[in-house]
Design a protein around this ligand. Structure first.
Ligand code: CTP
Ligand code: CA
Length: 226
């Protein structure tokens, strides 16, 4: 019985979550991307839906086999391509959400001038890509948050000072929680197992969770949506 109750403990909560990674176009056939599979964000969406939440999922370039897991009652999926696309989608979804979790890997920079036609070798020479900085989506959502709305950022960090870097990021973005993920070449992005540290606005680690992306998702939801 207790287990059954826990399963629906997020009934009445609307959660907006972004997952995957943005792609910044270079020309009509090429982009700058990243290695985010979307698995962690999808695991959060699935866990929240199973716990009774209404879930609004912004899916940025997630492979079909990963996204299929989110195709279920309780989850409404909107797709997004570039960071600018995702910013617009998240503004719309956040307007309805009690909790916003930005699990997507967002490109910090876009190509300033996207080429109309395909870049070719025939044109001669080596092209130089000039980049421009993208807006910080989660910082924008935090600045506009409604009373009582909780904004959660993710940070994938390498190196020993990952918690300190996480604390600086939490303050800079003005979010309520920041989930720090330690990553390297072989852990984090495409891995099925994960370690997550959840910081709150008082700089404390309020939760540490290791395990499958689903287990980590449930631990995060306990803290930010419970
Ligand atoms: N994020 C965002 N908009 C961006 C970049 C990042 O909303 N343009 C969000 C991510 O979705 C994540 C959090 O910010 O929730 C942290 O992303 P991260 O790349 O670690 O932060 P940055 O501020 O870009 O710092 P860094 O210089 O380390 O890349
Ligand atoms: Ca970044």
């Amino acid at each position: 019985m207790a287990l059954l109750e826990r399963r629906r403990d997020l009934a009445g909560v609307t959660l907006a979550v972004s997952a995957g990674g943005t792609r910044e176009p270079i020309d009509p056939v090429r982009y700058i991307g990243n290695r985010s599979s979307g698995r962690q964000g999808v695991a959060i969406a699935v866990a929240a839906a199973e716990r009774g939440a209404r879930v609004l999922l912004a899916a940025a370039n997630i492979e079909g086999d990963v996204l299929r897991e989110a195709e279920r009652p309780g989850i409404e999926i909107t797709t997004a391509g570039s960071a600018a696309d995702l910013a617009e989608v998240m503004r719309t979804l956040a307007a309805e959400a009690d909790v916003v979790i930005m699990a997507a890997a967002v490109a910090d920079f876009r190509v300033a001038q996207v080429s109309e036609g395909k870049l070719t070798r025939e044109a001669g020479g080596v092209p130089t890509l000039v980049l421009a900085e993208n807006d910080d989506i989660v910082a924008g959502l935090a600045a506009q948050r409604r009373e009582g709305q909780r904004i959660v950022a993710f940070a994938a960090e390498t190196g020993e000072d990952y918690l300190e870097r996480g604390r600086r990021k939490l303050r800079k973005k003005g979010v309520d929680f920041l989930a720090v993920n330690q990553v390297g070449w072989t852990t984090g992005f495409e891995a099925a197992y994960n370690t997550l540290y959840v910081l709150d606005a008082s700089d404390e680690v309020v939760r540490e969770a290791s395990g499958s992306k689903r287990e980590v998702a449930d631990a995060l939801l306990d803290v930010v949506a419970g």
